[in-house]
Design a protein around this ligand. Structure first.
Ligand code: FNR
Length: 415
């Protein structure tokens, strides 16, 4: 295993970013309000967005001392890809709006860090461009489209064929977007299908000349997977309409399963019954996710949903998680609760917006350092050893025997 403490370091005098939150602050300064709202906001009152973070604080880690074991492996496998790090890049659409190098730079950074990126249907780079610019096989994320009517072509099958031809083998099918979440922050900022440029937006962009120059001259604002060669951004937006499927059903998943030979994971599952159905439809893995709090506000936090899904299907298929991961401790807690790996969405975008590909790599290296340190404090040499017995509900006393045995008789009598 590579030295976990040998991450890329920025800032000779320790003044550079050293946490994901540092990258968040840097990214915020780089991006106009409209783009920042797209990245960092969520649905409605942001309850689920916040719940994703809060859920991690409800668990404490058990530390062990003098165990003599060093960190040996963080390796895991996701959809057929072997990773050195149990963290991958979750799919995000239109990523080049934050930094023109977009998903390609992110996938290259993931490779350098020993992991992989999941490339969205709505990515700003096509699967062909990603394949040409990387040396590993990355994963593809599909938004299923509506069944074609009349002379319409079958967008889902066209996209799947392109992904397979470009060498993608692992796929995530995202099922939690029957319609777009009510992201009021984005709407207030005019980040909608046909963006509105108010004087406030123009001023916000003008104050970020580097971003504005890239936006105007690099012209990376479309979703090339949604158009035939040479298709326009307008065509992409029109086709995107076909992706929001209010009538999406299990039969659609079966149709996609039949059309895809490689490992297929279903992303956006929170209920154990849905996990069961997905496995019955042939899913090879489940991604517990609420889309980073961008779809149904007041949906359960990803981490809170994880144990029941693991209990239901974890003996048959791997269960992954994304949503709210910002620290190595978060990764370790999710793995203790049964995830085999976790995805990061916003954290990698913060790195990308702040410092391009090097920023994404640094975010991954920060997480690697943090995970390694946590494992050492816990006496765990391999991530595969992490399990539920290593966690305790935060704020709750630890008992050697069952708590009841310790209750004084007088208290017991009051019961
Ligand atoms: C997303 N997400 C997402 N998911 C997906 O399946 N396809 C997509 O195109 C997108 N697009 C997207 C854009 C942006 C800007 C964000 C922030 C997120 C959801 C993403 O894959 C993941 O589930 C969440 O981002 C995980 O939460 P964190 O890590 O951002 O807290």
């Amino acid at each position: 295993m590579r030295n976990p403490f040998s991450g890329v370091k920025f800032g000779l005098r320790g003044s550079g970013p050293i946490t994901v939150e540092d990258y968040r602050k840097l990214a915020r300064r780089k991006l106009p309000g409209m783009v920042w709202a797209y990245v960092d906001e969520g649905a409605e009152s942001l309850t689920t967005l916040r719940a994703n973070r809060d859920a991690f604080s409800r668990w404490a880690l058990k530390t062990r001392v003098l165990h003599g074991s060093v960190v040996e492996s963080m390796a895991t496998t996701v959809a057929g890809a072997d990773l050195d790090l149990p963290v991958f890049l979750s799919p995000t659409g239109l990523t080049a709006i934050t930094h023109w190098t977009g998903e390609l730079a992110a996938a290259q950074a993931a490779e350098r860090a020993g992991t992989r990126a999941v490339i969205s249907t709505a990515a700003s780079y096509s699967v062909e461009e990603i394949a040409a610019g990387t040396s590993q096989s990355h994963l593809f994320q599909l938004y299923p489209s509506a069944e074609p009517t009349g002379a319409q072509r079958d967008l889902t099958m066209t996209i799947l064929k392109r992904a397979a031809a470009a060498g993608f083998t692992g796929m995530f099918v995202t099922v939690d977007a029957p319609t777009v979440g009510n992201r009021e922050g984005e709407r207030h900022q005019g980040m909608i299908a046909n963006p509105r440029f108010t004087p406030r937006q123009i001023l916000s962009a003008a104050r970020r000349p580097a971003w504005s120059a890239d936006f105007l001259f690099r012209r990376r604002v479309s979703s090339p997977m949604l158009v035939e060669d040479g298709g326009s951004a307008v065509e992409a937006v029109q086709n995107q309409g076909q992706l929001l499927r209010p009538d999406l059903a299990w039969a659609d998943l079966r149709r996609i399963r039949d059309a895809w030979d490689g490992p297929l994971y279903v992303k956006g599952i929170l209920h154990p019954d849905d996990a069961e159905q997905a496995v019955a439809c042939g899913a090879d893995g489940i991604v517990v996710s609420n889309h980073g709090g961008r779809q149904l506000d007041h949906a359960i936090a990803s981490l809170d949903a994880l144990p029941a899904v693991v209990d239901r299907v974890g003996d048959r298929v791997p269960v992954l998680l994304d949503g709210g991961i910002r620290r190595g401790t978060d990764v370790v807690k999710a793995l203790c609760l049964g995830a085999t790996a976790v995805g990061i969405g916003r954290p990698y975008i913060y790195g990308l917006a702040a410092r391009g590909s090097a920023g994404v790599q640094h975010v991954l290296e920060i997480l690697r350092d943090e995970i390694a340190r946590v494992m050492l404090f816990m006496g765990v040499s391999d991530v595969s050893q992490l399990n539920r017995s290593m966690l305790l509900p935060a704020g709750q006393a630890q008992f050697e025997a069952a708590p009841d045995a310790l209750v004084p008789e007088a208290v017991g009598a009051l019961r």
